[in-house]
Ligand binder design. Sequence first.
Ligand code: GTP
Length: 595
Amino acid sequence: MNNIRNFCIIAHIDHGKSTLADRLLEMTQTVTQREMKQQVLDNMDLEQERGITIKSHAIQMNYLQEGQKYTLNLIDTPGHVDFSYEVSRSIAACEGALLIIDSTQGIQAQTISNLYLALEHDLEIIPVMNKMDLPNAMPEVVEDQIIDLLGCEREDIIRASGKTGEGVGEILTRIVKDVPPPVGDPDAPLQCLIFDSVFNSFRGVIAYFKVTNGTIHTNDLVKFVATGKQYQADEIGVLKLKMNPRDELSAGDVGYIISGIKTAREVKVGDTITHVKNPCDKAIAGFEEVKPMVFAGIYPIDSDDYEDLRTAMEKLQLNDASLTFQPESSAALGFGFRCGFLGLLHMEIVQERLDREFDMNVITTVPNVSYHVHTKGGEILDVYNPSGMPEATLIEDIEEPFIRAQVISKSDFIGPIMTLCLEKRGILKKQDYLTADRVELTFDMPLGEIVFDFYDKLKSISKGYASFDYHITGYRSAKLIKLDILLNSEPVDALSTLIHFDNAYNFGRRICEKLKELIPRQQFDVAIQAAIGAKIIARETVKAVRKDVTAKCYGGDISRKRKLLEKQKKGKKRMKQVGNVEVPQKAFLAVLKLD
Ligand code: GTP
């Protein structure tokens, strides 16, 4: 156990975690040049394309230093806020962390939030300044920031580059020297922390874990504490580039278990594995049931595809336990599902996988958060959909989820960032200068406000410089009302939103204007109205047009005509017939794009 080092890499998104991990694997000859494709750890197609790490993975390296053999377990962590619970579990499986900071960018919001997570778990931190090969690297400035943040010495900071390999050898040396070996008793009752799982269509769910105490053998009868389920450990082993089966793993080891588990829901990240006989008396602390925070309706464009959509959602859920869905129907869109996601990125990923892996053509409605509604009758309802809101007269109080948000930016942008956050009903809690020209702003804000277009706006007002992170703090009471949209006097439930009373009029007006831009002209006038209850607060009209796109090439070239018709048909595909009005997908997301 003295020669084991368990570490993770934490960083703000795009600071070069995966690239640096690749260099470590190369240098320890864990992968050969031939096997080395760029970013071997990001092995999901979507991850590679988007260049982001969605699921964390673990890999074991062997490393020889001064005649001593070491086992280094690298636990990769996702860098996006939507997946921060997974980061926290991966961190809990380690004794040390490489804190990667891009030398051209400096400290960003997730650098800090991930660092705090690591410090909470008493991890040894090794600061690494990455991308030193770039001409715009600012090593001294960024070093100052790191020293301020960690209270370390300048010499402690490793200068590295995932591109050229600079500093990678030093990183390995420091991991061995600075990261303490795991503690734990191989003879104690078994206690393993599950920090990740993946779904494999041949082998079922594979859970990744760290043995905190005790020893596990192949074929042992084990129990997952949170779910209470029992399994036989059909196969256990360690993770190299492939899975390497072993007969036993003991305290300090990181490995995988395959035990005939069929769905991802049975394996909860953060859960404890123990023996059925001689179980440990306490589960590992910190287990949390992850709850979806953002909800949206997903509907098939063609209602005949409803059953296929259900099958696709079930398959997605097999390997994505944080995705939830339940059938719902909308007067406007027919039958579909109300889905729950960890956040907006998670929602986008699900949408893209539906399209890519299942060829499902779907309409997604405006995302919203979940509300606690206190009725006058004394009930408390969880409402996941604005159209599921009880009548206003029956409501005593509505509570919405609140977050604590951290924004880090150059101080030049404080003004516009404050304005944006206040517009989004944020309350400034703290303002800290990290260096003379970098500031950290802390706000309390409703989650519902960032679900809309907060992130894009923040990026644009700060010219891409501001970074942002948040965590949920709880629910607070708010004066929210339901705003309905009517098309030719018919309410379109899928366009309803819950909005703060003070913003409702302005919002209603802007959404009508936006819909007018997005809804194409039809054979008749289309009236667009915004209403609160029976009261119309805004109105726009899309004027009728007699549209024959081929008319203008009458008698002309037939292939051009066909092309135009094809084009029209394609445009149609993403339209949904709502009453007698054709509404494009973009219109259902109009509120996300208000200027
Ligand atoms: P997430 O997994 O999304 O959090 O990103 P990451 O932190 O893993 O970053 P990744 O390794 O994907 O690198 C982000 C981008 O920076 C990629 O385009 C890399 O090619 C580039 N990059 C990473 N390290 C270096 C480096 O040392 N020098 C240069 N010039 N580019 C780098």
